[in-house]
Design a protein around this ligand. Structure first.
Ligand SMILES: [Zn+2]
Length: 105
């Protein structure tokens, strides 16, 4: 069980950025679903699919850039995605207690 309340993200009041990321991700999947649903109405379906990809990328880019260490400005999410395994960065991000660069926390 993840102890999100003890994570550095909530301590530094950045949890909302992570929730926003989840929101954009869900929105992206929903749009993608409708995009494929309306794929026969070509223009609309394709537009929806492209838009869903944009929404997903935007959410990811926003959180990657904005979730940072208040002390050394290290981009935690970006750092985690870059250095951890594909199935490891998320739990690292939610469980991190100290900044890997400056030990803030
Ligand atoms: Zn730091």
């Amino acid at each position: 069980m993840l102890s999100i309340k003890d994570s550095l993200l909530s301590k530094t009041n950045q949890m909302w950025k992570f929730y926003l990321f989840n929101f954009f991700l869900v929105l992206s999947v929903v749009l993608l679903y409708f995009g494929f649903y309306y794929i026969e109405d070509t223009k609309f379906g394709v537009s929806l699919i492209l838009f869903s990809l944009f929404v997903g990328l935007f959410g990811f880019a926003f959180s990657s850039v904005s979730i940072r260490c208040p002390s050394c400005r290290l981009r935690w999410m970006y750092w985690a995605v870059k250095t951890k395994k594909i199935n490891g960065w998320l739990s690292w991000l939610l469980n991190v207690k100290k900044c890997p660069k400056c030990n803030f926390g």
